[in-house]
Design a protein around this ligand. Structure first.
Ligand SMILES: NC(=O)c1ccc[n+]([C@@H]2O[C@H](COP(=O)([O-])OP(=O)(O)OC[C@H]3O[C@@H](n4cnc5c(N)ncnc54)[C@H](OP(=O)(O)O)[C@@H]3O)[C@@H](O)[C@H]2O)c1
Length: 509
């Protein structure tokens, strides 16, 4: 039986409390491209603990000096990325590099954890760092259970009144209902739920957090946020890229598993949940889980479309089809696009269709949530019937252009009574100086200060898989239909048909 110890969350904006962070998989892609640049941004913003050390674990043989050099190059490379566009801050970069220690080892070997324990202890002692530790598992999901088990056996997850231990795991959190439950059980054998931080970097994006701010800090939206006023909702996460170098991963994953139970359902939950009792982690996560539990079972045949991209073109340049990509089987049935219609069985949303679509190889990169309002009950303008009125739409733009747009009708100047659609536009970049973050800064900092609001809880993960499980089962059948769409297009025709039966249509990408 694990002994429960509560630790108070620290106020946002203060430097995080003194701790060590141990990254497993420190030589990998995620660490290099996102995690270390995020730590660099945190040190620049004064949010990293004053007494801090990073212990980088990987199997490559190298010294701390060699690893620091590797990181210096990585951060310099990503500093030219648009997210890190400001000049490299050499002072803070050096400050960060100085607290990085490399520990070579094989994390599947139990003996390694004794060495790690000693290393952590030595670093804590010689740098007067408190006993708090974040373990970041930047490794494939199949290792999560065994690493946590070994950390537990080595007493590395043991907390005290004055110190905490937390573990961050990266998605995917299982590949179906069963495996997500198994993973939860494996983690819970050694950890309390509150020690587990399930990272979905989408939730760290300012615009995703802004969904809650927009809904619950502005009195004008919430009264309209229900079946009386909303006709339907469209959630789109569209990517232009194909599978790139991730074919091995994608072939066994596909668009559904990769995007829907995690990113897309988190957007769905934030958009449709009831107002939480407070902004505390559990109050928010209770509401998100509750709304996922209210999703009506989806009919796979009538309410979902899966598709795969075939050769096409963009800007007159040829684009490969999915089956022509390196590492993809010529007979692959993996979907690269998924669209579905769902409804929510509660009083707020009964009868309001919600359409979701996500895919690769599409015409543009665009993530947004579009709330389409109902038309007025009657048109009083001559020669203008209700169908000709353009609907009011509130579009929450998540990427690449972050902000919100309210679309409404206005009179076209002139003697005739003509209505034109106009846009009231808010762009984050016009109002706030901070560059949009990749999401990792916020989430790593939140974990250090003990705020789990933006991390997924075990019941919410399982609830997501439960919604998609009937579709996964249905698609296992040999004759389950797989549509196609041309790379560089807006997706398959079949996806349009999901809406057209009810007289609705997708917003153009
Ligand atoms: N990359 C992304 O953009 C991204 C985005 C979102 C989520 N994620 C998730 O983040 C996690 C990490 O992804 P990644 O792309 O960074 O993976 P990766 O590039 O394969 O990194 C994993 C690192 O761990 C090392 N490693 C593997 N087995 C080891 C062992 N037994 N002992 C010590 N080190 C070992 C690997 O070394 P070898 O190279 O020698 O195997 C590699 O350096 C995954 O769960 C992934 O799903 C990644």
């Amino acid at each position: 039986m694990l002994h429960e110890i509560e630790h108070e969350a620290i106020a946002h904006g203060d430097p995080a409390p003194s701790c060590c962070m141990v990254i497993f998989g420190a030589g990998g892609d995620l660490t290099k491209r996102l995690l270390l640049p995020a730590l660099y941004n945190l040190i620049r913003s004064g949010l990293l603990p004053e007494k801090f050390a990073l212990i980088a674990v990987d199997r490559l043989e190298m010294t701390s000096e060699m690893y620091r050099e590797h990181i210096r190059l990585a951060i310099s490379a990503f500093a030219s990325d648009k997210h890190y566009a400001q000049q490299l801050d050499v002072v803070n970069l050096e400050k960060l590099l100085n607290v990085i220690h490399y520990q070579q080892g094989d994390f599947s070997d139990s003996k390694f954890y004794q060495e790690l324990s000693e290393k952590i202890h030595d670093i804590q002692k010689s740098n007067q760092i408190q006993k708090n530790v974040v373990f970041y598992l930047a490794v494939a999901a199949r290792f999560f259970g065994s690493i946590v088990e070994k950390l537990g056996v080595a007493q590395l997850l043991k907390e005290s009144e004055n110190s905490w231990r937390r573990v961050i795991v990266e998605k995917p959190f299982g590949h179906d209902v069963e495996s997500s439950k198994v993973l939860n059980l494996e983690l819970r054998k050694q950890l309390h739920e509150r020690q587990i931080y399930r990272m979905d970097h989408f939730l760290g994006k300012e615009t995703v957090q802004n969904i809650m701010m927009l809904r619950f800090s502005n009195a004008i939206f919430e009264p309209l946020w229900n079946r009386e006023h909303i006709d339907h909702i469209q959630i789109t996460v569209a990517e232009t890229v194909g599978v790139e170098k991730r074919a091995a991963f994608y072939e066994s994953t596909g668009a559904m598993r990769d995007m829907v139970p995690n990113h897309v359902f988190q957007l769905l939950a934030l958009t449709t949940m009831e107002p939480p009792a407070s902004f505390s982690a559990d109050a928010v996560r209770n509401e998100k889980t509750k709304v996922l539990h209210s999703v009506h079972p989806i009919n796979p045949e009538r309410e979902s479309v899966r598709a795969q991209y075939i050769g096409g073109q963009r800007d007159e340049l040829p684009l490969k089809g999915y089956r022509e990509e390196d590492g993809v089987s010529e007979a692959s049935k993996t979907e690269t696009y998924i669209a579905m219609k769902l409804t929510i069985d509660n009083w707020r949303w009964a009868g309001v269709p919600i359409y979701l679509r996500t895919g690769k190889g599409l015409s543009v990169r665009q993530s947004e949530i579009a709330i389409q309002f109902k038309n007025p009950p009657l048109s009083i303008f001559k020669n203008t019937n209700l169908d000709a009125l353009s609907p009011n739409i509130l579009v929450l733009k998540l990427q690449p252009d972050e902000g919100a747009v309210l679309i409404f009708g206005a009179k076209v100047p002139g003697p005739k009574f003509e209505i034109g659609q106009v846009h009231m536009d808010f762009h984050y970049k016009d109002y706030f100086q901070n560059a949009p973050s990749t999401g990792y800064e916020t989430l790593v900092y939140d974990c250090m200060i003990g705020d789990a609001t933006l991390f997924q809880r075990s019941d919410s993960v399982v609830a997501g898989w439960e919604i998609v499980q009937p579709l996964l089962d249905y698609w296992k059948k040999d004759d389950a239909y797989l549509a196609t769409y041309t790379a560089g297009s807006e997706g398959p025709q079949e996806s349009e048909e999901l809406l057209s039966g009810s007289g609705r249509s997708w917003r153009r990408l």
